[in-house]
Design a protein around this ligand. Structure first.
Ligand SMILES: [Zn+2]
Ligand SMILES: [Zn+2]
Length: 128
């Protein structure tokens, strides 16, 4: 017999997998559409509730720009590049350990965390 608790954790697991299946930092609408392929009767409210629990437990990151909220399945350290034209977010790494150490030495600082948001035009949009 399937317990209610079991059903809830299955929903959460499915949503987590959906977000982790893409590098595109999806919006709630996208996550909703994709999750319904597996769980056709899931409600938008359930999606929102599970997303906030996944963010609270550190399994997903929540990103915001002026237009919308996006979710990120990559919780390791990385920076973001956002495209003006298509609005997509890309994972990038601007500072490597070596340049952080060089910066610290030069300025007598100690960088403890880096969280850069870069903006520009992505490869695909540059072609069109
Ligand atoms: Zn673009
Ligand atoms: Zn990211």
């Amino acid at each position: 017999m399937e317990t209610i608790k079991h059903r809830y954790s299955k929903q959460r697991e499915t949503i987590l997998q959906v977000v982790r299946s893409t590098v595109e930092h999806p919006t709630v609408d996208w996550i909703y559409t994709e999750t319904r392929k597996d769980i056709p009767n899931i409600s938008l409210g359930t999606i929102y509730r599970n997303l906030s629990q996944l963010v609270a437990s550190g399994q997903l990151l929540k990103l915001k720009d002026e237009a919308m909220v996006r979710y990120d399945g990559n919780t390791g350290h990385h920076d973001h590049f956002r495209c003006f034209r298509c609005g997509k977010w890309f994972d990038v790494q601007i500072l490597d350990q070596k340049s952080i150490e060089a910066f610290n030495q030069k300025h007598q600082f100690e960088i403890r965390s880096v969280n850069l948001e870069l903006e520009g035009v992505c490869e695909d949009c540059l072609k069109t």
